[in-house]
Ligand binder design. Structure first.
Ligand code: AMP
Ligand code: TRP
Length: 326
């Protein structure tokens, strides 16, 4: 049986990459027979490891929670928490800090990328990011983590930390597996060699209005040659658009290739824009409904956090007992 945990940083608008790589799977797992328990988190302590605006941050955290609810995270099936409201996350992270070699962290690609994009933000928290992530997951004895492909190195470190803890203090944590979707790496619409990200204007936010979506898809770069075929190596731009089309429409890549055999990019893009707009419409409608009652959203979060604290405290007590801390 799967005990699921996953999180998204509230560091910018949640986009189609987040949705197709992670959130869509989060929702599906709620009805999977193998699922035993689920916790989805707005990982606000991770979000402060890169530049952020304290005046905006509280709102951004609530916006992320709204996004979770609007795509279909159901509080009756999943706990929906703010990481910083469950203090055991940082407590377990501190313990893991004492068993994690710095060399494991320095070589991680995400660390190097983030450091390159904000060189002044070189602090302990950025380096330590994966240790907190390991604590997030292991705090609930989770064993399955739906994430995009970029998080694979972090899941590997989580397993290394779990193994090391078990060997030093006795069997405590089970192996953790990532769960990927077939669209585990959605690329930027402007630079298809980079992943779609929360910074920059290269992605489609779940909250973008129809005209913004149409404009972004119209402006999306394409590859040389006019063929509309899936070939992620040689045609990364059109393959990325085809993948988005395929997942949102449910049409197979083969059917789409056939459908657009004698059509041009602009016909393809017009159709794709309408697919995206149509797909996001009910999500945006639900978002509006939830945002009309933020007290109810706050209640969902605090109720979930109470339950999460109980689960987390039990794990932490076991960990501390094994280490002679109790
Ligand atoms: P982040 O925006 O880094 O907090 O990511 C939240 C979740 O979305 C993680 O599971 C990421 O792996 C996933 N994700 C982020 N960007 C992409 C992308 N371009 N394609 C697929 N998944 C992504
Ligand atoms: N590191 C993840 C990201 O940037 C977010 C995250 C933090 C996470 N803790 C997690 C994802 C635990 C899965 C499980 O996307």
């Amino acid at each position: 049986m799967n005990r699921i945990f996953s999180g998204v940083r509230p560091s910018g608008k949640i986009h189609l990459g987040n949705y197709l790589g992670a959130l869509k799977k989060w929702v599906e797992l709620q009805d999977d027979k193998q699922t035993e328990s689920i916790i989805y988190a707005v990982v606000d302590y991770h979000g402060i490891t890169t530049p952020f605006d304290p005046k905006e941050y509280k709102m951004q955290i609530m916006e992320a929670a709204l996004d979770f609810l609007s795509v279909g995270v159901n509080p009756e099936k999943s706990l929906l928490i703010r990481q910083s409201h469950v203090p055991q996350h940082t407590e377990l992270a501190w313990i893991f800090n004492t068993i994690t070699p710095v060399s494991w962290l320095e070589r991680l690609p995400n660390y190097k990328e983030k450091l390159a994009s904000s060189p002044k933000y070189n602090h302990m928290g950025l380096l330590d990011y994966p240790v907190l992530m390991a604590a997030d997951i292991l705090l609930y004895k989770s064993n399955a983590v739906p994430v995009g492909e970029d998080q694979k190195p972090h899941i590997d470190i989580t397993n290394e930390i779990a193994k090391k803890f078990n060997s030093m203090f006795g069997e405590t944590f089970e192996p953790v597996k990532p769960i990927f979707t077939e669209a585990a790496r959605i690329m930027s619409l402007q630079e298809p060699s980079k992943k779609m990200s929360k910074t920059g204007d290269d992605g489609i936010a779940l909250t973008d209005d129809p005209d913004a979506i149409r404009e972004k898809i119209k402006r999306a770069v394409t590859d040389s040659g006019s063929e509309i075929i899936y070939d992620s190596k040689n045609k990364p731009a059109i393959s990325n658009l085809l993948m988005i089309y395929h997942v949102l429409s449910g049409k197979s890549l083969e059917d789409l290739t056939e459908q657009y055999q004698n059509k041009n990019y602009s016909q393809f893009k017009n159709d794709l824009a309408e697919i995206v707009v149509g797909y996001l419409e009910p999500i945006q409608k639900r978002r509006k409904e939830f945002s009309g009652d933020m007290d109810a959203v706050e209640k969902i979060l605090t109720n979930s956090e109470k339950k999460a604290i109980d689960m987390a405290s039990a794990t932490l007590a076991g960990v501390k007992a094994k280490m002679g801390l109790l």
